[in-house]
Design a protein around this ligand. Structure first.
Ligand code: UFG
Length: 327
């Protein structure tokens, strides 16, 4: 079986990618330091525990498995935290990626798939952002991901491997089986927090800002189902294996929903009011981020069919009603 090294393979998106790769006939090797990932989430192939900041550790794993491709998910990904501790983000996301890329080059891995973000775009005076939108991140998280995008272009130009960059909009939902899902401790993301508030697991949700230049004053985001998102990664791998050139793809639906609209959908799906109170803006938040591109559909044949807000909320609810992970 063709091996694919999946960094962050014990995390939310990485574990779903491992499942999709296994279903497509690959052997996913999960590499994770378990700082935010869970050993229980590694269910679809071998596990290698290690930290990308340790160059020798990742080099040894790449040498040992000699994967046909690397999917690189391992990173810190919280906008608020990145504003409080930017050094942590540059260290983990940028240095970690540098060590990984060096290992990929040293051991001749020919394909690389990188998990980037719409946070690299920053604020613009239009809502729809396509892949040619100037990248002007306004938080350290987005800046760290942009640095890695540039690193990839530099390394690929010099060493000749091919890559795809996926710029995610807001990832939500969980695998339909209920066996893997989003499990952060502490949780900071809107949909799981709103579900917890609506189901009484936390007293209230705080809405971060009602004075944005959006229709209802709350931030607008483009939500994409995690299972659709990882399908694009498998399609991106097959695209590179077919000899196509490096490329960049937004992964979003093109439809924006405000924080208030998400709260309302959660209330509707749970049948409960979502207790919510207004709070100040969160540092680093853009007003609106919505994908304005059909490139992933046109080039990869990607179609985010599961990415309706009610479906994502329902799948997240099913997962949250289960046991989660214990280790
Ligand atoms: N929000 C609240 N209250 C909360 C949590 C979130 O109002 O308790 C708001 C945020 O201010 C934001 C929206 O809900 O406007 C979504 O926030 P999330 O924290 O769920 O997601 P982010 O938009 O901050 O970040 C996510 C991913 C990033 C990715 C980014 C792109 O975590 O990796 O989407 O927008 F880059």
């Amino acid at each position: 079986m063709t091996k694919v090294l999946v960094t962050g393979g014990a995390g939310y998106i990485g574990s779903h990618a491992c499942k999709a790769l296994a279903a497509a006939g690959y052997e996913p090797v999960a590499f994770d330091n378990l700082s935010t990932g869970w050993r229980d989430a590694v269910q679809f192939g071998p596990f290698e525990e290690g930290d990308l900041r340790d160059a020798e550790s990742i080099s040894e794993v790449v040498r040992k498995h000699s994967p046909a491709a690397i999917m690189h998910f391992a990173s810190l990904a919280e906008v608020g935290q990145s504003m409080e501790d930017p050094a942590l983000y540059w260290h983990t996301n940028v240095l970690g990626s540098l060590n990984l890329l060096q290992a990929a080059v040293d051991h001749g891995v020919p394909k690389f798939i990188f998990s980037s973000t719409c946070a690299t775009y920053g604020d613009h005076d239009r809502v729809l952002l396509d892949e040619n939108t100037p990248q002007r991140p306004i938080n350290a998280y987005g800046a760290s991901k942009l640095a890695v995008e540039q690193m990839l272009a530099n390394f690929s130009g010099r060493f000749g491997f091919s890559y795809t960059i996926f710029r995610y909009f807001n990832v939500a939902g969980a695998d339909a089986s209920g066996e893997i899902g989003e499990f952060h401790d502490p949780e900071t993301h809107l949909i799981p927090l709103a579900i917890d508030a609506a189901t009484g697991r936390r007293p209230t949700l705080t809405i971060f800002g009602r004075d944005y230049p959006t229709p209802d004053g709350t931030c607008v985001r483009d939500y994409v189902h995690v299972s659709d998102l990882v399908d694009a990664h498998v399609a991106g791998l097959e695209y590179l294996e077919a000899g196509n050139p490096s490329n960049v793809f937004n992964l979003g639906t093109g439809h924006g929903f405000s924080v208030q609209q998400v709260v309302d959908v959660v209330a509707n799906e749970t049948g409960n009011n979502t207790p919510a109170k207004d709070g100040p803006r969160r540092a680093g938040d853009c007003a609106a981020l919505v994908s304005g591109s059909a490139r992933a559909g046109e080039v990869l044949g990607w179609s985010p069919d599961r990415s309706t807000l009610p479906q994502m909320v329902r799948d997240a609810m099913r997962w949250h009603a289960g046991k989660g992970y214990s280790g």
